[in-house]
Each structure stands twice: as structure tokens, then as C-alpha cells.
Design a protein around this ligand. Structure first.
Ligand code: THU
Length: 160
């Protein structure tokens, strides 16, 4: 038997340490939390997608009385970006979450289903997709979506 540990590199930043383009992306994600439709969870998530040419596409979580019919902010933003600009590569995604009158102290991290969608986007455009997870105390940066989903199932697994 062999046991292996899979490690992923997480870089932790303060807001001031980030480049201007990422500060702007976070501001957009924070702003988007105000547009969330989250009457059930009262957990408002905002996401901002940065495309290669500098275009930013935003989204927020959209809930439904039939709970599973709702969608996370990350997928709303990513699917919008891919639908509006199918030929523009995706460079980065920033997310932020607001609840109980304030932003989360610790970084908000994408759910499993969103990670799978981010992985697809990364492989679709053949380019690393950086994930920026905002928290009031600290911000996590992960260089590529595949790092968020070790031992993943991707299009590579569809063939023998
Ligand atoms: N949610 C997101 O939009 N993104 C995440 O990364 C985690 C969860 C949403 C789904 C639901 O509307 C609410 O937050 C509570 O789970």
C-alpha cells in the first residue's frame, strides 16, 4: 500500500497586497452581493469573472422556493460570461459573501458543483483560471481551478 498526500498551494493576501485589477474584481464581487436573490438563506453571494481582454461579467446567487432550482453566484457569473462571450478566455473569478449585516471574515470558497464548472471552463479555454476568494480578514488566491478539485472527473476521463 502506498499513501499519498495531495496538497494544493493557497496564497493568502491582504486587500492592499493585491494588484489593482484584482482589487477591482473583488469590489465588483462585493457590489454584486447586493443584487443576490436570497430570501431563503439570507446568504448573499457575488461573483465577478475577468476575461482576457479586461471585460468583467458579474453574477449573484439566485434562489428558488424549490430549493435545488436555485443557482450559486459563481455559476450565474460564469455561465453568463461564457454565453455572452463564448470566444473570450476566462482569466480569473472573484467571490464575496454577505450575511448578517456584513461580509464574511474568512474567505468564501466555491461549492463542489461550482468547482466542477470552473474546472470545465479552465479546460475549455486551455488557460489557468485563478480563483480569488474574499474574506474581510484575508483573501485566498488559488492559481488554477483544478487545484480546487483534486482527483476530479474531467473530459480527460471520458476516453480510454
Ligand atoms: N452559494 C453561492 O452562491 N456560492 C457559494 O460558493 C456557496 C453558496 C449560495 C447558494 C445559496 O443560495 C446560498 O449561497 C446558501 O447556500
Amino acid at each position: 500500500m502506498i499513501e499519498k498526500n495531495i496538497e494544493i498551494p493557497v496564497r493568502i493576501f491582504s486587500f492592499q497586497e493585491l494588484p489593482n485589477s484584482y482589487q477591482e474584481l473583488i469590489e465588483q464581487a462585493k457590489e454584486q452581493t447586493r443584487k443576490a436573490y436570497a430570501p431563503y438563506s439570507k446568504f448573499q453571494v457575488g461573483a465577478a469573472v475577468l476575461l482576457d481582454d479586461g471585460t468583467i461579467v458579474c453574477g449573484s446567487n439566485q434562489e428558488n422556493a424549490a430549493y435545488p432550482s436555485g443557482l450559486c453566484a459563481e455559476r450565474v457569473a460564469m455561465f453568463s460570461a461564457n454565453a455572452l462571450y463564448p470566444d473570450k478566455k476566462v482569466k480569473a473569478l472573484a467571490i464575496a459573501a454577505f450575511t448578517d449585516g456584513g461580509f464574511l471574515q474568512t474567505p468564501i470558497t466555491p461549492c463542489g458543483a461550482c468547482r466542477q464548472v470552473l474546472l470545465e471552463t479552465e479546460s475549455r479555454f486551455g488557460q489557468e483560471l485563478e480563483i480569488i476568494m474574499y474574506g474581510e480578514k484575508e483573501i485566498y488566491l488559488i492559481k488554477k481551478a483544478s487545484h480546487l478539485l483534486p482527483l476530479n472527473f474531467s473530459n480527460k476521463n471520458l476516453f480510454k
